[in-house]
Write a protein that binds this ligand. Sequence first.
Ligand code: FCB
Length: 452
Amino acid sequence: MTERTFPEGFVWGAATASYQIEGAVKAGGRGASIWDTFSHTAGKIVGGDTGDVATDHYHRVDEDSDLIASLGLNAYRFSIAWPRIQPDGTGPANAAGIAFYDRLVDNLLARGVAPAATLYHWDLPQALEDKGGWPERDTALRFAQYAALVHAALHDRVSMWSTLNEPWCSAFLGYASGVHAPGRQDPAASLAAAHHLMLGHGLATRAMRADARDGETFGITLNLSPVLVDNDSDRDAARVMDGLQNRIFLDPILRGGYAPDVIDVTQGITDWAFLHDGDEEIIGEPIDWLGVNYYSPMRVAADAESEGSPAYPGSAGVAILEPRGPLTDMQWEVYPQGIADLLTRLSAEYRVPLFITENGAAYPDVLRADGTVADAERVAYLEGHLSAVRDAIERGADVRGYFAWSLMDNFEWAHGFAKRFGIVYVDYETLERHPKDSARWYSRVAQTNRLP
Ligand code: FCB
């Protein structure tokens, strides 16, 4: 590896998620997901936006496959909409749902792009939420059955499988703070949800591995953040937040069980009766790689008065501090050092091959009359973070690839279409795609395997 290059065989991709881009929410017998219900509930999404049309990827899958190939990427990370495969969360696979992903996968392979499939990026069938959702143990069993169906249909062509995207968000934004679907505010239920998501991950991994061909790999994607403090006296507060953001998932998945301090800080909220004998063994089913989604760090301080954050049950006594500039359009702090620190720590403490499955930034892009978008800030964000990733690799972190978030502007959950994360601009009036300057820059990186 010379100064600006990446290891040979490095995976260069871009990422999307089903509900954020597909639209066509009734096509091919697709059932409703919790995000359909949530986005159609008044007051939940900025601007009243929904994913009904999104970027209409469902109808533009051929054009979008060409777009991915034209950027010279060697991989594409997408997610599969559970309610397209099992409209009400149970039963056999819906042929029309499978056919859509068949087409996407065939398109990608025909263009020399490796498909990286995520089984769950937040669109739980509404019928399963009606039965209790992730706080119910049965949802984990359902998820494993769904995973096995998708795997059986696609594993002759898909090698890279991720069970879940960011279970932290599903559990704590979905069931504790309620800013994401299904919008419940029940801290005890959110901890049960986190556990059942991981149980589903372990069961699904087992089911798929039992039927895998050579070369298939299985992983999970977590949103992880380094926790920063200004003073030594804030170290205990940082440990609490590191527990509730990072280790609550990392330890069971990669070390065979929950850390006692994480159970301790949540004792007053739940009795952990959802944790059954044998669960930690299932959750600890070996994985081939860990997907890391990194955007920004968390800054905290000890604060005896603080009731804690609604999204972090057990965080009483800790204050989350304001981010420090420069900030993106999400008001997220730009801190490239964070990705290097995280990758170094994960490699040292958890000894697992790593992919960056998401990294990127929202900025208020402007489409010019000539169809170009000059997003210099996004180029700077990507360059800063990729150069930090390179540093981490040089210091010994085992990083195998990088997926930019996102291939294209899309439905940014509670923010609707107001935040643009794409390296490709989407004109929501015409649905035309326009590669931004960042797409051209990133394409060069992918094709040369080095930073310019
Ligand atoms: C992550 C999500 C992804 C996108 C980015 C900005 O938390 O996985 O869908 O919304 O944030």
